[in-house]
Design a protein around this ligand. Structure first.
Ligand code: HEC
Length: 169
């Protein structure tokens, strides 16, 4: 009898702990979602294919790499525009620093931002079908910054489905 009670008690405690852990995970996910769009950093993006690198001069002075998931890469390869629903583009950025080993070379320093564009033509109909997210240290930046995303992409690359980056062969 006593062992049975102990067992029931232990099971109850494990269930309670599991609930707390799941709840915490949810709260963290909610924090990571971008304002306005609810975009999160996609799992596994660091293993995605390179579309092209980029360099931005002063004052940001950053090295960047834009990568895409399989849906995005298929669209690039076949020249499909607009990008299909499910396509995701991620822009990674680092401070540009001088190589210690070879001065003329620029190498990535500290990471600065991770930026995400997710294609969902229905959900994001008001912003050209794209949802935007900008993250620093894994956390989404404020709403004011997210209000600028579509405006700039719309003003400059409306004719390329609001995407700047072209595939670098
Ligand atoms: C003032 C203009 C401007 C604003 C504002 C802007 N972007 Fe961009 N974005 C660019 C340019 C230019 C590129 C091309 C890559 C590069 O030069 O870094 C780019 C590239 C991207 C890419 C890679 C796909 C592509 O279009 O090439 C993503 C993802 C992205 N931006 C997300 C965002 C998010 C999220 C925001 C808002 C928080 C944002 N951008 C705000 C100019 C802008």
């Amino acid at each position: 009898m006593k062992t049975r009670l102990t067992l029931i008690f232990l099971i109850a405690v494990s269930i309670a702990i599991t609930c707390v852990v799941i709840d915490r995970g949810r709260a963290q996910n909610a924090k990571q979602a971008s304002p306005i769009y609810g975009v999160t950093i996609p799992d596994g993006y660091r293993h995605w294919e390179l579309i092209a690198p980029a360099l931005e001069g002063d004052p940001l002075n950053e090295l960047r790499a834009v990568v895409g998931n399989a849906e995005a890469m298929n669209a690039y390869r076949s020249g499909t525009l607009p990008f299909p629903d499910g396509a995701i583009l991620v822009k990674l950025a680092w401070k540009r620093t001088q190589s210690h080993e070879f001065e003329p070379a620029s190498v990535p320093g500290a990471p600065t931002t991770v930026q995400v564009m997710v294609k969902d033509s229905k959900k994001y109909a008001a912003s050209g079908g794209w949802g935007f997210g900008r993250f620093i240290d894994g956390k989404a930046v404020d709403q004011a910054q997210h209000e600028t995303c579509f405006a700039c992409h719309e003003a400059r690359v409306q004719g390329h489905d609001y995407v700047f980056t072209r595939y670098a062969p």
